[in-house]
Structures are given as C-alpha cells and as structure tokens.
Design a protein around this ligand. Structure first.
Ligand code: A2P
Length: 348
C-alpha cells in the first residue's frame, strides 16, 4: 500500500489519473490531491468519498511515496528538489526532464526495465510518442526498424481543460454566427494561436531552428531514448485537429532490408504480432472499411491499430494507422502503470 499524491488533480490529465487509480484498484494507503490556490477548497470524488484539494507545500512530499505530476513543466521543475528531499518518487507527465540522463522515460510494455535505474524522477513520454511506439514496438520482432515517418491528428484535450472549452465555444459561436469563425487570436485568453473549430494547424508548440514544432521534435528524440536506439530515424509532422479526445497517427515503418535473409512480414503476421502485444487492439476490417477511429478509442486503455498494409512504394516498409486516448495511455494510464510497475517489481 502506497501513499500517493496527484499534482494537477483538477486538470485534464489529473482527473483521468484519479479515474484510472479507482478503476485499477490501485493499492492506496493515502491519496492527496493538489492543484493551484484557485482550487483549494474544492473536493473531488474518489471511491465514494470526497477528497479535498490541498495546497502544495515543501512538506507535502514527506508524507508521500509517489507524486504523479500533471501540472506542466514549470510546476514540475519548481517542486523537484522538495520531492527529492522528501524521499518521494516523482512520476512526471511534463517534458521537463524527459531527455535528462538518469531519468527513465518509460512505456511499461516496452521499456519497463528502465525503471530500475531511476534516481527519484521518472518521466512519462510525450503522448504522441507513446501512441506511435505502442504500434511500432511489437514489430521489432520482424527485424531492425530503420525509419519511421509519422503524421499526427491530435485532439485538443492534449492542451488541457481550457483547450476543450475553446473548441466547444468556437464551435458554438461558429454555428450561432452562421459560419463566421471567431478567431482565437481576438481572444487574448485563448490557448491556441489559431481558430480550432472547423480548422486544423501545425501543432501549437514553438518551431525550432530545424523547422520542427516541439511535438515533432519530442517524437524524434524520445523514440531514440525509449527504444535504446540512437540510429533510428524519425520524420514527424504533428497537427492539431478539432477533435476533443484521442490522437490519431498515420505511421510508415521501414525495416532495414539490407540485413541478409530479411524478408518483409505478411500482413497476417503483423496483425498477429500486434494482437499479441499488451495494450494494443487490432481494428483492421478491410471489407467494412473499419479501422481505428477516435470515437472508438475514447476512454479505452488500448491503442487501436489497423489499416495495416505493405507500402507499395517501398519493399522494406509497411503502413498502419493508430488511435490512442492520449489522456489515458498517452498520459494518465502510463503514469499509473509506471507506479504499478514500481510496486510489482519491488523498485519502490
Ligand atoms: P487548477 O485547476 O487549480 O488551475 P490542465 O493541464 O488541464 O490545464 O490542468 C493543469 C493542472 O495544473 C490543474 O489541475 C491546475 O490546477 C494545476 N496547476 C496549475 N497551477 C498550479 C500550481 N501553481 N500548483 C499546483 N497545481 C497547479
């Protein structure tokens, strides 16, 4: 039984963490909920009781074994040393420490063993990276993966609870104004830099010197760390779409065909390998043109994978389409699975 705190408990991911802990019957000795000062006084329901939101202090961590952080990079950075001093393991959903040496970046089904090397901080990978790698990692059984080309269709909830409201309001305004789209830019409080209702745009993270947005760069870098493969090449295009929940991804996977004796696996073998992998559900019905869709992936723990086919333009490559609930497997569920792994493997 462990003492757990959720930092950012009122947010889009924090509320999902609460539900996942409840649904998975997580062995809790105590549960403490933290959010900003604005939320102190509120209560959230859990296992039939109401748990108050507490203010976070330097001493909060002394009474916790694990703190699940989901309040953004600044908050995580601010409280890291207090958590370390308190002897509390930080499992962080932000990008603050993901690429730091010594911080395991973990998708339990893929690299749970990396948890053994932790020094108090463990990072949950970027949501798009998790969803992509859940579809890619099972295919390593067919040979060395040389290159991945991915395009994402990302839901607004990845940008937090306020972004969900923004899509709702813009959609309502768009319809009420008979088609006149109200620009988010006119509203200084808006989360997104462009209208999201009936629109889509390059992921709302800063563009780096190489011309990639932050999300794309995370997918490129984090993949190498999670798969322990500095040579794997990733080309990513990340796009925000007017969907409330679930990130979808079109993924092209190229194997290293230069290895002698290598031959491309059949579609049937690929389906079988994906089906056998924990956390993946194959949805691949060509007759009905039924493949992964956000509405069917919403609320699911599994990543849905389908539209599996040989790439006709490259004899070493395959194509597939994946949909994953980015608030769950892309964030809350992965964090809780990491905590479960720590307990099951006696690493706590
Ligand atoms: P609050 O609801 O009180 O603002 P989201 O990712 O959905 O935007 O949620 C962010 C989460 O981070 C919310 O739970 C938010 O609480 C929380 N948060 C924001 N600022 C702080 C802070 N200074 N200390 C702790 N939690 C914070």
């Amino acid at each position: 039984m462990v003492r757990v705190g959720i930092v950012g408990a009122t947010g889009a991911v924090g509320t999902e963490i609460l539900r996942v802990l409840e649904a998975r019957n997580f062995p809790l000795a105590e549960l403490h909920l933290y959010a900003s000062e604005r939320s102190v006084g509120k209560q959230l329901s859990f296992r039939g009781s109401h748990i108050p939101i507490e203010p976070l202090t330097e001493h909060s961590f002394e009474n916790l074994d694990i703190a699940l952080f989901s309040a953004g990079s600044d908050i995580t950075k601010k409280w890291r040393s207090a958590a370390e001093k308190g002897g509390c393991i930080m499992i962080d959903n932000s990008s603050a420490f993901r690429m730091e040496t010594g911080v395991p970046l973990v998708i339990p089904e893929i690299n749970g063993e990396d948890l053994r090397g932790h020094h108090g901080v463990i990072a949950v990978p970027n949501c798009s990276t998790i969803i992509m790698l859940m579809a890619v990692a099972p295919l390593r059984t067919f040979g060395k993966i040389k290159r991945i080309v991915v395009s994402t269709y990302q839901a607004v909830s990845g940008a937090g609870a306020l972004a969900i409201r923004e899509l709702e309001n813009e959609t309502y305004n768009y319809l009420a104004n008979k088609g006149l789209c109200v620009s988010s830019q006119e509203n200084t409080d808006s989360v997104f830099p462009h209208p999201i209702a009936f629109n889509l745009f390059c992921h709302n993270t800063a563009i780096n010197e190489a011309g990639y947005n932050g999300e794309e760069w995370k997918m490129i870098q984090e993949t190498k760390k999670i798969l322990h493969d500095e040579d794997i090449q990733v080309a990513a295009t990340c796009v925000r779409v007017p969907i409330f929940r679930v990130h979808s991804e079109s993924v092209n996977i190229e194997f290293d065909g230069s290895i002698s004796g290598w031959s491309r696996p059949s579609v049937e073998d690929i389906r079988a390998a994906l089906s056998a992998f924990d956390g993946v559900d194959v949805v691949d019905d060509r007759i009905r043109n039924h493949f992964p869709m956000p509405n069917e992936a919403t609320g699911r723990y599994d990543v849905l994978v389908g539209h599996i086919r040989h790439d006709v333009s490259n004899p070493n490559a395959i194509d597939l389409f994946a949909c994953g609930d980015q608030l769950l497997k892309g964030a809350a569920l992965d964090a809780v699975q990491i905590a479960e792994c720590l307990i099951q493997r006696g690493i706590l």
